[in-house]
Design a protein around this ligand. Structure first.
Ligand SMILES: Cc1cc2nc3c(=O)[nH]c(=O)nc-3n(C[C@H](O)[C@H](O)[C@H](O)COP(=O)(O)OP(=O)(O)OC[C@H]3O[C@@H](n4cnc5c(N)ncnc54)[C@H](O)[C@@H]3O)c2cc1C
Length: 391
């Protein structure tokens, strides 16, 4: 295998995973990140077994496993009555069925673990506090006295600059959905939910997901409903009108859940953008991964997992390449496009089912209550049981 020089734009979960995967295969990697430090406030992340298997293979080790809380069950419940509709067992059941743990953790903790592994690897060079524009990507290495990259990986998220270099690349579009994310002390949630589970409360055009963080002392909450397009943005601090809008969208929900929404401390507001299907590489040496290529709404909680899979699979594809870079990138894209498409469809299905009302909701609850938890888990085998190349 020839050692290659890789330039990665963006040190999010996708960019850092990609860096580690390439460096562990013997390549030299530069990662350019606009943020002066890698940290993110308040938000949690569900890490499904398809992703945790890769993170363990990349050597994140005990610290990663310790940082994860393994929920007992993934529960679907009514937002109006709190009635449990169904559940999928988690914990050891997930580990035995899918061969790797299902966990929840602080996104900042995962990013820190990845950053530490990247910084400790002699093949990785992390350059913080450097926003790079599309016009500068081709010459970045000259300014910094680095080797010319054989491959440029755009891992720069929904508002990617790298994407401008790709002909027929997809443009982001507002999904029509917005999310509020916040943490509350576990005590505040006890009457509404079991804080050792991931619980998705379902309602008409709205849903709310809750899961434990910080050794069970806090509960992470994501509330999703319809909203209007705020223009190019990522997360925003809440304003007082935002809270009123949120309470309005969840009117009629169970009083214990409304109390949580009322009493929650500072919330962040996330308009949800998607990047639809389109080209991911420029037939030369630039490719997009993660949200830059295919941002999806969080109805299947798979955006970061797909970015992790992308980074690992791209490194494997380049490692095994016998032809030129274009055919390697083509093969990678074909492999990933099918999986991303299926995952996106699962998210769309979840959105339809979670936000159903009227007779569709009644039918949904009936079908779900007739299915055994094992059969519901079986529906997820293709997603969570996925083994990336070589694993
Ligand atoms: C409400 C919500 C809940 C979610 N829950 C889950 C979940 O439970 N599980 C899951 O798997 N996924 C979840 N996701 C999806 C997940 O957050 C994203 O898919 C994932 O973070 C994408 O990672 P990324 O590395 O591709 O992009 P990003 O995380 O956006 O990282 C891009 C990086 O590039 C940097 N950058 C951008 N532009 C430039 C530039 N010009 N120059 C230099 N650096 C630049 C940015 O600063 C950033 O660090 C959720 C998303 C939302 C909105």
């Amino acid at each position: 295998m020839t050692s290659r020089n890789i330039l990665i734009i963006g040190a999010g979960i996708g960019g850092l995973t990609t860096a580690l995967a390439f460096a562990r295969n013997g390549h030299e990697v530069d990662i350019v990140e606009q943020a002066p430090t890698l940290s993110e406030v308040g938000a949690g992340l569900q890490v499904s077994p398809n992703a945790s298997r890769i993170l363990s293979a990349l050597g994140l080790g005990d610290a990663f496993l310790k940082a994860m809380i393994r929920p007992h069950e993934i529960v679907l419940a009514s937002g109006r009555s709190l009635r449990k509709i169904t559940h999928v067992p988690c914990g050891m059941f997930a580990e035995n069925r899918w061969g790797a743990p299902y966990g929840v953790m602080h996104r900042a903790d995962l990013q820190s673990l990845l950053r530490d592994a990247v910084v400790a690897h002699p093949g990785c060079h992390l350059h913080l506090d450097q926003r790079i524009a599309s016009d500068d990507i081709g010459s970045w290495h000259e300014r910094f006295g680095r080797p010319r990259p054989d491959l440029v990986v755009g891992a720069d998220g929904v508002w990617s600059q790298t994407r401008r270099l790709i002909k027929d690349a997809p443009a982001p579009r507002f999904s029509g959905q917005v999310a509020w994310r916040f943490k509350v002390p576990t005590e505040l949630t006890r009457s509404a939910l079991n804080p050792t589970n991931v619980t998705a409360f379902l309602g008409s055009r709205t849903h709310l997901v809750a899961y434990p963080l910080e050794q069970g002392k806090a509960v992470n909450i994501v509330a999703i409903t319809r909203g209007s397009d705020p223009g190019e943005t990522w997360a925003e601090r809440e304003n007082p009108k935002g809270r009123a809008d949120l309470l309005n969208a969840f009117a009629g929900w169970h009083p214990d859940l409304i109390t949580i929404l009322r009493q929650a401390p500072e919330m962040t507001f996330w308009p949800l953008f998607e990047v639809p299907d389109g080209s991911w590489h420029n037939s030369d040496r630039t490719i997009l991964i993660g949200d830059a290529a295919h941002a999806m709404t969080p109805f299947a909680a798979q955006g970061a997992a797909m970015a992790i899979e992308d980074g690992y699979e791209l490194a494997q594809a380049c490692n095994q390449a016998s032809g030129d870079m274009t055919s390697t990138l083509d093969r990678y894209e074909t492999l990933r496009r099918a999986r991303i498409g299926r995952t996106r469809n699962r998210g769309a299905f979840n959105q339809f089912a979670y936000h159903a009302s009227g007779p569709i909701r009644v039918g949904r609850d009936l079908v779900l209550s007739l299915k055994s938890p094992e059969s519901l888990a079986g529906d997820l085998d293709w997603l969570y049981g996925y083994r990336a190349t070589g694993l």
